[in-house]
Design a protein around this ligand. Structure first.
Ligand code: UT7
Length: 331
């Protein structure tokens, strides 16, 4: 039987510091009710501490995963990191994580696909397992969004938070694991959601800093419209081509950007709300972190053989959905 990449473990990490809607009311002209009704978010976590970055959250998530699976860092073959907030432009965050963990036999790299970062990384990681070349690949979605959020801009600062989630991929020849995927990009969406400064087109200058070009820029309404359609389209398509009806899906694991986008996707798929993983109220939008953090939160409720649909939409634009046949019962 063909080798599939199956998720055999998951773990997450969120920083201790809680930034509530109430506290945001004291920082910008907003109110808790607006944030909660328009997005579903009640609070988010922020990584505090000098010198701490995305790699530190990813390392905590991976350490928890290794402990749970009772495997050593030396056994890891690869670490692939979905992130738009790497510790540095280079070296890659994967490089830094491998070093911090003592994963001496691993190699890896970062994948930049905004809120679809975990999905793009998962499919990339799965190829290395399916080829038969590697046996233990870790895929981590991690973002310290607070590093690029303008805390004077009420339209973005209420949405984002920091966090990391990691999964272990191992080979499976019994029919479980990553079964199908649809991944998409559309560069015409760049203008609606991006970070203008810091790259080769607009390197950091005194002017770019003064012009706030190193923060997230988002035209929320435009992104919202594309997100509702994009996420629902690919989720419906993947169900159709795998002959899945709403009742066949055990869990929808959506990117946590806005509860209204999640509801629209679930509706289109015919999946009832009790089968939709949701933690946006506690963590907000952690970009690449949302989907593995959901899997971590709901791990005990998933059962071997469950049909699970992962779905995301993000800056770029990037979007996609992945069909996973869940491989284990959690103890
Ligand atoms: O994760 C990757 C992709 N990103 C997304 O999927 C995000 C998609 N977009 C969204 O989730 C929503 O567009 C937002 C949550 C960003 C904004 O919600 P919205 O319902 O689209 O609000 P809006 O931008 O249409 O603004 C409606 C009103 C405006 O006031 P006026 O002009 O009607 O008086 C805004 O100024 O709400 C105002 N507003 C706020 N009010 C209180 C915007 N932000 C806030 C705020 N608090 N934080």
């Amino acid at each position: 039987m063909k080798i599939r990449a199956s998720i055999t473990g998951v773990h997450g990490y969120v920083p201790d510091f809680v930034l509530s809607n109430k506290v945001l009311e004291t920082m910008v002209d907003t109110n808790s009710e607006w944030i909660e009704t328009r997005t579903g978010i009640k609070e988010r976590r922020i990584l505090k501490g000098k010198g701490l970055g995305t790699s530190d959250m990813a390392v905590e998530a991976i350490k928890g995963l290794l402990k749970k699976k009772n495997i050593s860092a030396e056994e890891i073959d690869m670490i692939i990191v979905g992130t738009v907030t790497p510790d540095h432009i280079f070296p890659s965050t994967s490089n830094i994580i491998c070093h911090k963990l003592g994963a001496k036999n691993a190699w890896g790299y970062d994948i930049s696909a905004a809120c679809s970062g975990f999905l793009f990384s998962l499919i990339t990681g799965s190829q290395f397992i399916e080829s038969g070349r590697y046996k233990k690949v870790i895929v981590v979605g991690a973002d310290k969004m607070s590093a690029i959020v303008d805390y004077t801009d009420r339209s973005t600062c209420v949405i984002f938070g920091d966090g990391a989630g990691a999964v272990l991929l191992e080979p499976d020849t019994t029919g479980y694991g990553i079964t199908d995927s649809i991944l998409r990009t559309d560069g015409t969406g760049k203008k609606y959601l991006f970070q203008q400064g810091g790259g080769s087109v607009q390197p950091p200058t005194m002017r770019s800093v003064a012009n706030q070009e190193h923060f997230i820029y988002q035209e929320g309404q435009a992104v919202f419209k594309f997100a509702v359609k994009g996420m629902a389209d690919v989720s419906a398509e993947i169900m159709e081509r795998n002959n899945l009806k709403g009742e066949d899906v055990a869990w929808l694991v959506p990117h946590q950007a806005n509860k209204r986008i999640i509801d629209a996707t679930a509706n289109r798929m015919g999946v009832s709300s009790d089968k939709v993983m949701l933690n946006i109220q506690r963590y907000g939008n952690t970009t690449s972190g949302t989907i593995p953090l959901c899997l971590w939160d709901y791990e005990k409720q998933m059962k071997k053989g469950d049909n699970i649909i992962l779905a995301a939409f993000g800056g770029g634009f990037t979007w996609g959905s992945i069909y996973v046949k869940w491989a284990y019962d959690s103890k």
